[in-house]
Design a binder for this molecule. Structure first.
Ligand code: FES
Ligand SMILES: [Fe+2]
Length: 415
């Protein structure tokens, strides 16, 4: 259980909020590169961290992410003309480049050169720097002097043929997604099929440790022979998860605003192109992410149709939920907790130990940030990690082993 104030601190992401300012110290995904593939192509609306923005690729292929509001009389730049190295507002023709500079003011032909220069210097539009990595456009919305190098996220550094990425909107706060991602207990219930079996294989040990990239969440099951089977998941600041599976997978919970989240899901192989079988398996188990309403980021199975729940399937015992696809199940249950879950109303149990520790670590990171202390994940090579699964004898130094196991030995090659 959290206090109302703690819940607010962890969930709100608008400018000026503690979590909003912390997240703005990291690179945030804004869109897929293919969504603005063509130079001078149509601009795209992007809502990110509670800010309404417009994304475009200019004549030279440079990417601009600017305020949706034209600084002249606040018309939407979404309707703008993307031409001649800038985006032109169609209300009165003011034009801005990718850095937010006003480069043309055609609506005051009577103005002198000096006057035009003054107008241009006053009418800068807010613009955030962007970078393309892993076929995703990332932006940095924090103080320019703190802009970190882009991190060595493994899935962004491999050829496109080794990666399959989708995204969809979750109608709830980002932290519900992240907490669901690191909630080991739900795997055997929400995603399981057999309630009795589930009861027996629930983990009994939970270790959450801060690291130089974020934190590790280890859940352990006693094997009955003196060994513990550890499942260690890595959380890379501020909202990334790498999942150890074959192929590997990653999630990014990028806040659209306090009550909506863009979940990016990526399957990847570090060593080879993905096969047809990989893709078929991925699509089958994800469910939701591969089936968006065409032309939108909204899933076909959504809140409005109760995720197409099949009560007969649920009753048959073949599915715990009657909802098909892990992604659909996660989305349904996380959205069902409300737009921003009221964590003052919870009754936490022993199986929530990891969630409790994750919240404490995030709260501590917020305090550290407010105190001007160094943040995790600022060094690009700290992100060279993967989630792992291994057995170790009871009593071995847990933290040291985990820390060693999650590191990727060989640096991945840059694309
Ligand atoms: S409102 Fe954009 S040019 Fe006037
Ligand atoms: Fe899940």
């Amino acid at each position: 259980m959290l206090s109302q104030q703690e819940n607010e601190m962890l969930t709100r992401v608008g400018r000026g909020t503690p979590m909003g300012e912390l997240m703005r110290r990291y690179w945030i995904p804004a869109a897929f590169s293919h969504q603005i593939a063509e130079p001078d192509g149509p601009p795209m609306r992007v809502r990110l961290m509670g800010e309404n923005l417009v994304l475009f690729r200019d004549t030279q292929g440079r990417i601009g992410l600017i305020d949706e509001r034209c600084p002249h009389r606040t018309a939407s730049m979404f309707f703008g003309r993307n031409e001649g190295s800038g985006l032109r507002c169609v209300y009165h023709g003011l034009k801005f480049d990718v850095d937010g500079n006003c480069v043309d003011v055609p609506c005051v032909p009577q103005a002198s050169d000096v006057q035009i220069r003054n107008i241009r210097s006053q009418l800068k539009i807010k613009a955030y720097p962007c970078i393309e990595r892993g076929d995703v456009v990332w932006t940095y919305m924090g103080p320019p002097e703190h802009k970190p190098e882009f991190p060595d996220l493994e899935w962004t550094r491999i050829p496109a043929s080794q990666r399959f990425a989708t995204r969809h909107i979750q109608e709830c706060n980002w932290l519900q997604g992240l907490e669901g991602g690191f909630d080991a207990t739900h795997l055997t219930f929400l995603h399981g099929g057999d309630a009795e079996k589930s009861r027996r294989i629930v983990a009994t040990r939970y270790e959450v440790m801060p690291t130089d990239f974020g934190f590790m969440v280890g859940t352990g099951r006693d094997q009955g022979n003196g060994d513990i089977l550890w499942n260690v998941n890595v959380m890379l600041m501020p909202f990334h998860k790498i999942i150890s599976s074959m192929p590997h997978a990653a999630h990014v919970w990028a806040p659209i605003d306090d009550e909506n989240t863009m979940l990016y899901s990526i399957d990847f192989s570090p060593s080879r192109p993905l096969t047809e079988e990989d893709l078929a398996r991925t699509k089958a188990w994800r469910g939701i992410h591969t089936e968006n309403i065409p032309g939108t980021d909204h899933a076909i199975r959504n809140k409005g149709n109760d995720y197409l729940i099949d009560r007969a399937l649920q009753a048959s015992g073949k599915s715990y939920t009657g909802m098909t696809g892990l992604g659909t199940q996660d989305c349904a249950i996380q959205e069902s907790m409300g737009l921003i879950a009221d964590r003052t109303a919870e009754h936490l149990l022993a199986c929530d130990a990891a969630i409790v520790k994750i919240r404490r670590l995030l709260l501590q990171t917020l305090k550290d940030h407010a105190a001007g202390k160094a943040l995790p994940g600022m060094r690009p090579d700290s992100y060279r990690v993967r989630s792992v699964r291994y057995e170790a004898p009871t009593g071995e130094p847990i933290a040291a082993i985990m820390n060693e196991r999650v590191r990727i030995d060989t640096p991945v090659a840059a694309k």
